[in-house]
Design a binder for this molecule. Structure first.
Ligand code: BG6
Ligand code: MG
Length: 217
């Protein structure tokens, strides 16, 4: 019965804490454009695509850019971000991730990635987790970003599961919303108050045990 389930993991904030690198790269751009940008503002960018993140940043500063300028700053932001990613290693995998993947392997529950990032494959390779996932759905494979359910519905296809058999692990409000629109079970990883729309909440993936999956069947 266990192997009728499937798991979809968000990447940033669930597998690795790359939010801090996104913040640093957006902060550099914000400083250049004279936009006040704090870690609190950065919360609004979590789970949101690169293009939409720029929209939010420019809106904060009431700055307008031409299409050509937008393209340039997006390239620069990603270049800055990738300079941090290049230094990442397996030590940056978040607590509980590796034991959870081991548990899923043991229970024969397949898992894929469902991320908004266009850098997802690269990041998984940096931390040596790329080969463990049955498949990857990322910012390059979707046309509509979270909270649209597309990313997770494609994930279910890779898993050969129906949406109701899928469990999504997410740290962003937009991700929980996307999981629910896809008719999936959403587990919020992080602040319970922020992710109160989730079906289950944990602070860290270390809290997920075999009993969690048995109870779902
Ligand atoms: C999401 C992050 O996973 O990916 C967002 O939570 C980020 O903060 C988005 O903007 C897109 O990432 P990337 O790597 O394509 O710029
Ligand atoms: Mg995330």
């Amino acid at each position: 019965m266990m192997n009728k389930l499937g798991v979809i993991f968000d990447l940033d904030g669930v597998i690795v804490d790359t939010a801090k690198y996104h913040y640093l790269a957006w902060k550099t751009l914000a400083d250049e454009l004279d936009i006040t940008f704090t870690e609190t503002h950065n919360e609004r960018l979590k789970g949101v695509s690169r293009e939409k993140s720029l929209d939010i940043l420019l809106e904060l500063g009431r700055v307008t850019l031409s299409q050509a300028q937008r393209k340039l700053v997006l390239e620069q932001k990603n270049k800055d971000y990738l300079s941090f990613i290049a230094k990442m290693g397996p030590e940056e995998i978040l607590p509980g991730v590796t034991p959870l993947l081991d548990l899923l392997d043991r229970l024969a529950i397949p898992y894929v990635l469902g991320s908004a990032s266009k850098n997802a494959a690269l990041i998984l390779k940096q931390v040596n987790l790329f080969d463990r996932f049955k498949g990857i759905v990322d910012g390059n494979s979707v046309t509509k970003a979270k909270p649209d359910p597309e990313v997770f519905l494609l994930g279910a296809q890779l898993l050969h599961r129906s949406p109701y058999q899928c469990i999504v692990f997410e740290d962003a409000i937009a991700g929980i919303e996307a999981a629910h629109k896809a008719q999936m079970i959403a587990v919020g990883v992080g602040h319970k108050e922020t992710l109160k729309a989730a079906d289950y909440n944990v602070n860290h993936l270390t809290e997920i045990t075999e009993g969690f999956f048995t109870a779902l069947i």
